[in-house]
Design a protein around this ligand. Structure first.
Ligand SMILES: Cc1cc2nc3c(=O)[nH]c(=O)nc-3n(C[C@H](O)[C@H](O)[C@H](O)COP(=O)(O)OP(=O)(O)OC[C@H]3O[C@@H](n4cnc5c(N)ncnc54)[C@H](O)[C@@H]3O)c2cc1C
Length: 446
């Protein structure tokens, strides 16, 4: 049983040997998301369909569109709740006491369990973030951001004062890691290439800023590449406000630690990751790292609070890390781990009398470097972990960035759609239709 359909879970459910295993997948999301290109969809450089792969495409996998809520390791059972609307009341007939809630609950048994449930965005409990900021983890998030950016421009067009216009057209990104940087770059491209054409009178009011507590953005990259990105942002007019602490967020307003208040129209929050509710529910049942990731041994087997292996339970990707070998929370790690676990379990099935230690070596992560898009057809590629001098920035890096992600995209359909949309965006610009619905009769002051 595989929990999750992200980088770790999806690869496993696709590639496991179905002759040896009956594969059951449980995930609230019925598709895989190719996250490296998610920021591109949030402004319409690519369409959402270009970066998703449906789980239902794999008919040899038993799939349940559900959340796993709790795990009983002793009984090898997982409690789940369907991530679907409840059935109409007419169909409640099992027992007179059955509630609508009950019809969404079910329990599954497993022989082998793989946890690949990812993580949530970390708000560090800063007041107002959950209520007023947008996150960028799912297609639904990208869709909301795209609608909000357009909303800000349309609203600003009808604003009654410059103060209001400036506030609505201040786009704030909190977090200068790769996700924050790539989103800012995509948004800047959208504003420069499309909004400037569609809303020319508003351009003097637009500002875009990246806020980070650290002294630099792209802190995990080679220093010279991080500096290259900072310089490029400054030249492009993207403000980089490093060493800035956000203390509170209110409706349309950031409140900084130094007391300054910054009005914004759209705030995107990307300051790192924290455990999700399922991982949190395993407190006391599994060993966890300082930053609340499930700890495994080198074979990706989950450890109990005493450090002993829990039989037939594995964890990988963002939700887990190897004891004494902290791994980065990246698609690269999740992908390599899924590949490793697939091979291990397939070998185990062929040699049932042997233990995992006898059929495979422990997992070892091969860092192949990192890349980030930094706008205006430029990128940074950092492979200094592979070779000291292997780094590139600018247009050549951008060609490498695009071709790598095109090669890595999963299906033939997306390998065709992605370049097609890149070309269409280049020729016709991004689509600015918004499908957002508003309640015309809602009392605005209520
Ligand atoms: C915008 C963005 C850009 C990124 N760019 C890069 C990049 O360029 N390179 C890179 O290496 N990494 C990148 N990453 C990081 C990368 O996406 C993650 O490290 C990777 O997705 C982790 O894979 P995972 O399988 O652990 O989790 P995820 O891919 O997050 O998948 C988790 C899955 O678990 C499901 N799930 C959640 N809760 C439950 C539950 N209770 N029960 C069952 N299922 C559950 C979710 O619906 C989802 O299907 C990026 C991330 C983002 C958000």
């Amino acid at each position: 049983m595989i929990l999750g359909s992200g980088w770790g879970g999806f690869k496993l459910l696709r590639d496991m040997d179905k002759k040896s295993y009956d594969v059951v997948a449980v995930s609230p999301r019925n598709h895989f998301v190719f996250t490296p290109l998610l920021a591109s969809t949030s402004v319409g450089t690519l369409e959402f369909r270009c970066i998703t792969e449906p789980v239902r495409g794999y008919r040899d996998v038993e799939y349940h569109q559900a959340w796993s809520d709790a795990i009983d390791f002793e009984k090898s059972k997982v409690d789940c709740t369907l991530n679907l609307p409840k059935v109409p009341r007419t169909y409640i007939h099992k027992s007179p006491t059955e509630t609508l809630e009950d019809t969404n609950k079910f329990t599954l048994d497993y022989d082998h369990l793989i946890l690949a449930v990812g993580s949530y965005s970390n708000t560090f409990n800063i007041p107002g973030v959950k209520e007023h900021a947008y996150f960028l983890k799912e297609v639904a998030d990208a869709r909301k951001i795209r609608a909000r950016v357009l909303e800000c421009f349309e609203r600003a067009e009808m604003s009654r004062s410059d103060e209001e216009r400036n506030g609505l057209l201040h786009f704030a990104v909190v977090g200068g890691g790769p996700t924050g940087v790539e989103f800012s770059s995509e948004l800047h491209d959208f504003i420069r290439e499309d909004c400037s054409r569609l809303f020319p009178d508003l351009m003097n009011h637009v500002t875009l800023a990246v806020y980070d507590v650290a002294p630099t953005i792209l802190a995990s990259f080679d220093k010279s590449l991080a500096q290259y990105c900072m310089n490029k942002f400054k030249r492009s007019g993207i403000e980089v406000r490093t060493g800035t602490v956000v203390e509170k967020v209110e409706d349309g307003k950031l409140i900084l630690k130094d007391g300054k208040e910054v009005p914004f129209g759209c705030l995107v929050w990307s300051t790192g990751l924290t455990e999700n509710p399922l991982t949190a529910s395993l407190e006391g049942k599994v060993l966890k790292s300082k930053n609340k990731r499930i700890l495994t041994d080198g074979y990706l087997r989950v450890l109990d609070p005493n450090g002993k292996v829990i039989p037939n339970v594995y964890a990988l990707g963002d939700c887990a890390t190897i004891k004494d070998h902290e791994l980065p929370q990246t698609a690269q790690v999740a992908n390599q781990q899924a590949n490793y676990l697939r091979k291990s379990l397939n070998k185990l099935a062929k040699n049932p009398e042997k233990s995992l230690e006898e059929v495979v070596q422990p997992f070892s992560f091969k860092n192949r470097g990192s890349m980030a898009y930094i706008g205006n057809w430029e990128a940074v590629v950092d492979m200094t972990k592979v070779n000291d001098n292997a780094k590139e920035s600018g247009r050549l890096a951008w060609v490498f960035w695009r071709s790598s992600y095109l090669t890595m995209s999963v299906s033939m359909r997306n390998k065709m759609l992605i370049p097609m949309y890149w070309f269409m965006t280049w020729v016709f610009g991004r689509d600015v239709s918004s499908f957002q619905e508003y309640d015309r009769f809602k009392k605005l002051d209520a």
